[in-house]
Design a protein around this ligand. Structure first.
Ligand SMILES: Nc1ncnc2c1ncn2[C@@H]1O[C@H](COP(=O)(O)OP(=O)(O)OP(=O)(O)O)[C@@H](O)[C@H]1O
Length: 320
């Protein structure tokens, strides 16, 4: 559905200074996949998405999207994709139904087809109670649902969502997701979205592409990334942390040991096995253990392992 090869975008800012927003991205996304593109501010997610949706052209590299080349056949690409950008696409003064109907006409549907499609989307995105409401009177969550409906008017097999749930409260986020997942199940749509929300990428996407400084630095299922790249975190309490550290160092695969006060933290590939081994070793060495806690890694741990920075606090500027 999407194939990119060495896709690159440079912007020129200020006095001819180059910003390398996307640097040689090569990815393949198959039909029906749900892919989250995750990365800190300025990583290049939106720029990548804007190239794939033909809104801007690449500096170099190639991409085919929904069967067509973005450089040579942008209009064909556009007919086969839906795009819900970060800004609010919907106008302000129209009513919900009219907005969808007009969008249908823009896509070349005749009046009857545009009306039917508007009705279908109103039903699919639970906008029935709001169909006569002015767009300007909708809440943030309702508008976001309308934006998604607008992106789907021409029944595209591929939907791009740029930060679909930014600014929504948890309940509205969950609600939007429920609708996106239902639509996808019904129509087998391929969905590519960008997000800052680690938990969203973790629980909703089947595949997570992590972008940093314009490059793809990891690409797999969230589970695989966590297991392969971060490992479990083990926290162990003891009045003799020094000896405990020595014992922990000998555990197979133990890394990133850090102690403070009566607490030792380390990473291991499998926390339950490592905890059992450490407890036996501590008992044999006569070291008391007061507490043991294990944590599965998060995607933030994955990002930390890959870059040495936390995605949670990150607001990185792309390097020039
Ligand atoms: N039109 C532009 N002109 C100049 N620089 C740009 C332009 N668009 C983006 N950039 C720069 O390219 C880099 C990547 O920006 P982009 O918007 O793609 O990042 P992002 O990962 O989507 O960030 P965010 O999560 O904050 O939306 C940033 O340094 C940004 O300032």
């Amino acid at each position: 559905m999407i194939h990119t090869r060495a896709l690159t975008k440079d912007f020129t800012v200020g006095r001819g200074e180059a910003v390398h927003a996307v640097r040689g991205v090569s990815i393949d996304i198959e039909p029906g996949e749900l892919v989250a593109v995750l990365g800190p501010n300025g990583a290049g997610k939106t720029t990548l998405m804007r190239m794939l949706t033909t809104l801007i052209s690449p500096t170099s590299g190639e991409a085919t999207v929904a069967g067509h080349d973005i450089a040579t056949h942008p209009a064909r690409v556009r007919r086969r994709i839906g795009y819900v950008g970060q800004g609010n696409g919907a106008g302000h003064t129209q009513r919900v139904h009219d907005e969808l109907y007009t969008q249908g006409e823009i896509y070349g549907l005749d009046r009857r087809a545009a009306r039917t499609r508007a009705d279908e989307l109103i039903e699919a995105l639970d906008l029935g109670a709001l169909r006569e409401r002015k767009v300007s009177d909708l809440s943030g969550g309702q508008r976001r649902r309308l934006d998604v409906a607008l992106g789907l008017v021409h029944a595209p097999p591929l939907l791009f969502l740029d930060e679909p749930s930014t600014g929504l409260d948890p309940q509205n986020r969950a609600n939007l997701w429920e609708h996106i997942l239902r639509l996808r199940e019904r129509h087998g749509m391929t969905v590519v979205l960008t997000t800052h929300y680690l938990d969203e990428a973790d629980t909703m996407a089947e595949r997570v592409v992590i972008v940093d400084h314009g490059r793809v630095i990891a690409d797999d299922t969230a589970e695989a990334l966590k297991t392969k790249l971060a490992g479990d975190r083990l926290t162990v309490g003891s009045p003799d942390v020094r000896t405990l550290s020595r014992l922990a160092e000998a555990l197979p695969g133990a890394r990133d040991l850090a102690s403070s006060g009566e607490r030792l933290e380390l990473r291991v590939s499998d926390a339950p096995t490592a905890a059992a081994e450490l407890l036996f070793a501590a008992r044999d060495a006569g070291v008391p253990v007061t507490a043991v806690q294990s944590h599965r890694p998060t995607l933030d741990d994955v990002f930390l392992t890959l870059t040495g920075r936390s995605l949670r606090e990150e607001s990185s500027e792309v390097s020039k």
